[in-house]
Write a protein that binds this ligand. Structure first.
Ligand code: ABN
Length: 178
């Protein structure tokens, strides 16, 4: 009986001590301290965040660098629907539409390097008008007395199917520094 009581006492003491260790103020303070130090150091670690966020990261893009916005730098002389809003890309027509054989070429400054680029605005042809992201910028456009200096023209006129769908903006050269 004495042996059993001793064992029970030791067992109970061990359990109480371990419970006290787990719930003591000192251990709580130590845990909070660990969390605070960890929370302060974690954001400083060099994680690769390049692929983080998807649309949230894109939403943070300035409009001049966002190809789905009219203000995208290459669109400075684009008059039409952006193909980036119509299932295509900056340089590729959406499936089922063909790039126009004749184009209007504008000159736009890339804010990233400060250089002027020649941009060919090819209309994409053969599908009904896309209707999304209508942009109308006319830098260096001239009145329509001469076709090549006017951008409000359906450039699908040279294609077999002349129906206008949307417009891409393809860099075709760098403008000479004046
Ligand atoms: N170049 C775009 C466009 C198409 C049809 C009519 C006007 C302008």
């Amino acid at each position: 009986m004495n042996f059993f009581q001793n064992w029970l006492d030791r067992f109970a003491e061990r359990r109480v001590r371990s419970a006290a260790r787990l719930t003591s103020r000192r251990s709580a303070v130590a845990k909070i301290g660990t969390l605070m130090v960890g929370g302060a150091i974690l954001p400083m670690l060099p994680f690769d965040r390049s692929g983080v966020g998807g649309s949230a990261a894109q939403a943070a893009l300035p409009a001049a660098q966002d190809p789905t916005k009219c203000e995208y730098w290459r669109n400075c002389a684009l008059d039409g629907f952006l193909c980036t809003c119509c299932g295509g890309s900056v340089t590729a027509c959406p499936t089922g539409a063909d790039a126009s054989k004749v184009t209007w070429v504008g000159t736009c400054r890339n804010p990233k390097d400060g250089k002027d680029y020649l941009v060919s605005y090819n209309d994409c042809c053969g599908k009904s008008p896309c209707g999304r992201c209508m942009c109308n910028f006319n830098e260096r456009e001239r009145p329509g007395y001469k076709m090549g200096v006017h951008n409000d023209i359906n450039w699908c006129m040279g294609n077999t199917n002349t129906m206008y769908h949307c417009t891409v903006s393809v860099i075709v050269g760098v403008a000479d520094a004046a």
